[in-house]
Structures are given as structure tokens and as C-alpha cells.
Design a protein around this ligand. Structure first.
Ligand code: 6R9
Length: 649
């Protein structure tokens, strides 16, 4: 059987690509046989105060996981993203800011301007008492100040932790408290798709649950009125205008944390994923250049939000480390209409465009006119990230957006991995719709048997996806809980980093990611622990018990399906469905809003009381024939009740 049609890059593309097929093979082989030599060379992408001599010092054994790259190197990340470019490209645009409203002018922020803003913001942070190693929570929309704030932290050695602006006050408070932040940086209000989110009032609500020492720095972005607490709230733009324009970059150890980013797992509350300064930046810079085949002068656009890891690595750190022009978009793909992405590509002559399958699916449903009326001739490479892409969406992206001439890089990676772990390289590989294809340099994927944990070496094969050794962009720990880091990622399959994803390798040896094999769901590319939604639901006074699973959703990839058992005496009603939806939105944020709620008088449990999610998943998928063995259930009859109810949902 032929696996699928393949799409090789054109010979023109290959002739100018950084990496062609032969070079990939040669570089990949070297990256595995001589990681020290390979990464020592790659480290030279950065400017170091002291160049690293010790390159790799990593231990993956469970019981002791210790990951260090370039450990004796000294550098400053902001210096690498700004100062070192000033000599040659002070007047080149670093950031193009495209506002929510297309009628408002775009901003072109040069490297010189970026430098000025970041230096000033760094001085503001210092004036607020932020010191090296202190945590700063950033709760900002997609505005240039978000990048200034990140780089200002990096400049003075503070650790930032961005909280996506769509998260609720509760979620924000939990993160502020978990990392012990001294400061929260937010904005008055955030326009998105023509509507506004009241970020400052969310921050106010969050801060009620935090130490009263936490200061709130407010970016007056829209100028909308907000409450103001003197002594706690600070006007950032005003202070920046009056701050000294120079703040020396602080030399930092390569292993000093650059940022913490909270992400969901299968159990417990979100984990603070900690990334390093040196290894992370080397990896972000290299993957940006190679995966997207970025060339000097290109305009690069990643549509993610800086609140997610994709925004960290591929809007801010990777592109700016290369001295690239990176576009920041405040809006949404469908405002004012479904042509917006393509109009922005046309307007700014975007060369590399990187988005999520959910956006592609939403836009392809609106008809081709929105795309075909735009001049997309500047596009060279297209990328996707966040979830598996279905071949239909891939083909539409390829034909309508890329006009059949732009290689598509389907990049598989995670918050934990810092940068791309698997992707076709645009000048090296013939792509296949839906395949993440090949490991990036230094990455050694292995497919394991989920039960025995043995490596499966036959091809084709299917199993769970793990990594054998370390790469510089890998997370170093969970903030405040190294044991959780070890047990979450290294316990299940000894000696390996376990990704939580399943995969398939085809007869050609190419990788296809099949999705999460744990209790993490992926809703519109947003990663969510089902346990988080469950604990939000059971926190409601009318809910006795809840079980949450993902189910296939045509646009979101997965939708959130909630089985809810009500307290004795509480009657189900449509009003209660609405009430629970809005409850979850308040507890976590709009991204966690349940798609379907099914009343469940009982949940399928084993005799030891464990909910059998496998069965719930099948029922949610309307796949009753494949329920598998239900004999271990304490009360098998609940399954029939659930199926009856499902039919009526
Ligand atoms: C970067 C990012 C990570 C999870 C990951 C996987 C899914 C990401 C994918 C993909 C198939 C791709 N995922 N990219 N699945 N193909 N190209 O998304 O990080 O938010 O931590 O999510 O997303 O399931 O494990 P994060």
C-alpha cells in the first residue's frame, strides 16, 4: 500500500534552502554520534559573555534527572535578541504590530526602538524592586509591550511567567501564587475580534487572592477607565517615558531560568515548566532558522499567542535571536471577516506563515473566496502546530494558501520541549499530509510498546512516543517540584522522556503523531487536563461528581465532553447546563468551556473506584460497539444508562 501522496519541495526551493536532503542526513547523523561537537558549534549562534566549554551534562535516569547544557557559559538573552543586532540592523523592523482593528495603523518597531523600549522597561522593573531571579507574571494581550516585558525580564535576569490573557482571575491567582511573583504586568483592556476583555479587572480580582505585596504594572493600551489602587498599581508607559534609556544587560548563567510557563498534565494542577537561558535560546534560534528556512530580510508571522509556548519560541525568542522581522497580531482570524489572515499576509508581504490546524479548519469552512482574492505570492513556507492536522485541512492549506508551491512544516513539539522535536524540513523532505515526518537535529525518538515499555524497532509500527536523550531546549524542572518533573516525564518508561503522545511510523520510517495517550485533551490547539475541568465542575455546589473526556470536534479537533452527576435532589435542566458552562469559564477561562454536558446518574467505575474513561470516551464518540471489557465494572448497568442518555444528548 502506498502510504499517501508525497509533496517534494521544488528544485528552486531546494537550491536556496539552508538544509537539503543530503545535508539533513549528514547533520542528523553527526548530531547523534557527536552531540558535544554538534551543539558546541550551534552554540556559536549566540554571543556569549563567556563561551561554554562544558557542552552537555545530562542524566535521564529516573530517581535522578539532571539536565544541563552549556553550563559554564555566560550570556544575556535580551542582548542576543537586541543589542548584538544594533550594529548592522538598528533601522530594520524587529516587530510588525498589526492591531485588532484593520483600520488602525500597523506599527513597525525597529531594533533601535525595541532596544529603547526594553531598556526603559527593564529600568522600570528595577525601580519596582525586581531583582535577578525574581518572578514577574505577564498577563498581557498580543501587544508589543508583551515582548518588551519578556525581554526586560531577560535583561535584568528576572524570570517571567506569562499567563494567557484568556485565563480567568482564579487561574491567574493560582499561577501568581505558585511562582511567588513580585509583580504582575497587565493592560487596561484588550480588544480582540472587536470585543474587549477587561484584563485589569481580572487582575484586580486575582490579586484579592495574592499577597498584598504584589505590585500591578498596568499598560494603558486602550485608555479605558479602570479601577486604580494607589501604591499598588503603576502606569508602565508613564514610568517608561521617564526612565533612563539604558539598562546594562545582566550576565546570566546558561542554566539560569529564563521563564516559567504553566501547562496542563493528566493529573493535578498545572505545572510550571522551567526553561533555561542558554540551551533554550540556542534551540529556539536554530529551529526558527532551519524549520522555516528563514533568510535575511524575510517577514515571518506566527499567529500563536505569546501566552503559549509557541509564542515564546516562535514569535519572540527564536526570531529576535536571528535578527528577523516578526509579526505580532492582536486580532483573530475571523475579524472583521474570514479574510483577515490572508489580508495581513498580503499587506506585510509575509514569507513564512505559522498557524494551528484549528484555525485552518475554521477558515476552510468559510469558503475559498476569502483566500483566493488575496495576493499571497510572498509566501514561501507554511507551518502548523498544536495538534494533528487532518489531510483535508492540510490539502486545503497547501492548495489554497500555499498555491501548491510552499512546503508545509507540520511541527510536533510541546511546552516541555522548548522547540520543534519533529518536523519535515522544507528543503529536505517530501512532505505527507498529516505527518510530522522526521526528528530535528539531536532528537532521538523511540516508539515504545505501551504495556511492556519495550522499544519497537520494526517498521511500520505504532506505539507511544518517547525520547532517548536530551536536547538543549528541553525543560529543566517543574517550578518548585523537581520530583514531580521526574515522576511525570521519566518514571513511566525508564531512561526515556515520555511525551504523552502516541505515534505511528510508516514503512518509509516517517513519523505520524496520533494524539495524546493520557488524560490531556487538545481543544483548538489548547492543551487541557481533563482533571482540571473536573475539579472546576465538582467545585460547584450542585455537582456531586464529574468525568471529562475529549471527543472529535470538526473545528476544534477535540471538544470537551462532561459527564456530570448531580447532588441528591438536584434536577437537571437546560438552565443548569448554562450555569455549569459559565461556572467553568469563570473557574478556568473561556477556553475550558464545556461543549457537551451529559447528566450521568452514575459513572462507570472499577471495583476500586477508578473511573473507566476509556468507556466514557467511546460513549462520547458514539462508538458503542467498541466498549471493550466492561466486566471489571462495579456496576455494569450504568453503561447502558449512559448510552441511553447519550442518544438523547
Ligand atoms: C507546541 C505545543 C503539546 C501537545 C503535544 C501534542 C500536540 C503539538 C503537534 C501536536 C500533532 C503536531 N501537538 N504539535 N500533535 N501534530 N504538529 O502545542 O505545545 O501546548 O504544550 O501542546 O500538542 O499532543 O503533546 P503544548
Amino acid at each position: 500500500m502506498t502510504e499517501t501522496t508525497t509533496y517534494p519541495p521544488s528544485s528552486d526551493f531546494v537550491s536556496t534552502a539552508h538544509v537539503d536532503a543530503a545535508r539533513y542526513d549528514e547533520m542528523y547523523a553527526r548530531s547523534i554520534s557527536d552531540p558535544e561537537g554538534f551543539w558546541a558549534e550551534q552554540a556559536q549562534r549566540l554571543d556569549w559573555v563567556e563561551a561554554p566549554r562544558t557542552i552537555k551534562n545530562t542524566c535521564f535516569d529516573f530517581g535522578k534527572v539532571d539536565i544541563k547544557w552549556f553550563e559554564d557559559g555566560v550570556l544575556n538573552v535580551a542582548y542576543n535578541c537586541i543589542d548584538r543586532h544594533l550594529k548592522d540592523r538598528a533601522d530594520q523592523t524587529a516587530i510588525i504590530f498589526e492591531p485588532d482593528n484593520p483600520e488602525d495603523p500597523a506599527q513597525h518597531i525597529t531594533y533601535a526602538e525595541l532596544s529603547d523600549k526594553v531598556n526603559r522597561m527593564a529600568n522600570v522593573l528595577l525601580s519596582q524592586g525586581v531583582m535577578r531571579g525574581d518572578r514577574v507574571v505577564i498577563y498581557l494581550p498580543m501587544i508589543p509591550e508583551a515582548a518588551y516585558a519578556m525581554l526586560a525580564c531577560a535583561r535584568i535576569g528576572a524570570i517571567h511567567s506569562i499567563v494567557f490573557a484568556g485565563f480567568s482571575p482564579d487561574a491567574l491567582a493560582n499561577r501568581i501564587n505558585d511562582c511567588g511573583a513580585k509583580i504582575v504586568i497587565t493592560a487596561d483592556t484588550a480588544p480582540r475580534g472587536g470585543r474587549k476583555t477587561a484584563l485589569k479587572s481580572n487582575a484586580d480580582a486575582a490579586l484579592l487572592h495574592c499577597s498584598d505585596k504584589v505590585r500591578c504594572l498596568v499598560v494603558k493600551h486602550t485608555g479605558d477607565q479602570t479601577t486604580w489602587i494607589d501604591g499598588r498599581d503603576v502606569d508602565v508607559k508613564y514610568l517608561m517615558a521617564h526612565a533612563a534609556p539604558e539598562c546594562p544587560p545582566r550576565p546570566m548563567g546558561a542554566e539560569d531560568p529564563l521563564f516559567i510557563l504553566y501547562t496542563s498534565g493528566s493529573t493535578g494542577k498545572p505545572k510550571g515548566v522551567v526553561h533555561s537561558s542558554g540551551g533554550y535560546l540556542v534551540y529556539a534560534a536554530m529551529t526558527t532558522e532551519i524549520t522555516f528556512d528563514y533568510h535575511e530580510g524575510d517577514v515571518y508571522w506566527c499567529t500563536a499567542d505569546v501566552g503559549w509556548v509557541t509564542g515564546h519560541s516562535y514569535i519572540v525568542y527564536g526570531p529576535l535571536a536571528l535578527g528577523a522581522t516578526t509579526l505580532m497580531f492582536e486580532g483573530v482570524p475571523t475579524y472583521p471577516d474570514a479574510s483577515r489572515f490572508w489580508q495581513v499576509c498580503e499587506k506585510h508581504k509575509v514569507n513564512q506563515f505559522y498557524t494551528a490546524p484549528t484555525a485552518i479548519r475554521a477558515l476552510m469552512g468559510q469558503g475559498d473566496e476569502f483566500v483566493t482574492k488575496c495576493d499571497l505570492s510572498s509566501l514561501k513556507v507554511l507551518g502548523t502546530v498544536g495538534e494533528p492536522i487532518n489531510p483535508e485541512a492540510w490539502n486545503w492549506y497547501n492548495e489554497k494558501v500555499g498555491q501548491g508551491r510552499c512546503p508545509i512544516v507540520d511541527t510536533w513539539w510541546q511546552t516541555e520541549t522548548g522547540g520543534h522535536l519533529m518536523t519535515p524540513l522544507p528543503g529536505a523532505h517530501a512532505t505527507k499530509p498529516g505527518a510530522a515526518m522526521k526528528p530535528f537535529f539531536g532528537v532521538e525518538p523511540v516508539v515504545l510498546d505501551p504495556t511492556s515499555g519495550e522499544e519497537i524497532t520494526e517498521r511500520p509500527c505504532e506505539g507511544v512516543l518517547a525520547l532517548k536523550d536530551s536536547w538543549p531546549g528541553q525543560m529543566r524542572t517543574v517550578w518548585g517540584d523537581h520530583e514531580r518533573f521526574e515522576s511525570t516525564y521519566f518514571q513511566q518508561y525508564k531512561g526515556h522522556y515520555f511525551s504523552g503522545d502516541g505515534c505511528r511510523v510508516d514503512a518509509d520510517g516517517d513519523y505520524w503523531i496520533t494524539g495524546r495517550v493520557d488524560d490531556v485533551i487538545n481543544v483548538s490547539g489548547h492543551r487541557m487536563g481533563t482533571a482540571e475541568v473536573e475539579s472546576a465542575l465538582v467545585a460547584h455546589s450542585k455537582v456531586a461528581e464529574a468525568a471529562v473526556v475529549g471527543y472529535p470536534h470538526p473545528v476544534k479537533g477535540q471538544g470537551i465532553y462532561c459527564y456530570v452527576t448531580l447532588m441528591n435532589g438536584i434536577e437537571p435542566s437546560d438552565e443548569l447546563v448554562k450555569e455549569l458552562r459559565s461556572w467553568v469559564r469563570t473557574e478556568i477561562g473561556p477556553i475550558a468551556s464545556p461543549d457537551l454536558i451529559q447528566w450521568a446518574p452514575g459513572l462507570p467505575k472499577t471495583r476500586s473506584g477508578k473511573i473507566m474513561r476509556r468507556i466514557l470516551r467511546k460513549i462520547a464518540e458514539n462508538d458503542y460497539g467498541a466498549l471493550g471489557d466492561t466486566s471489571t465494572l462495579a456496576d455494569p448497568s450504568v453503561v447502558d444508562d449512559l448510552i441511553d442518555n447519550r442518544m438523547n444528548t
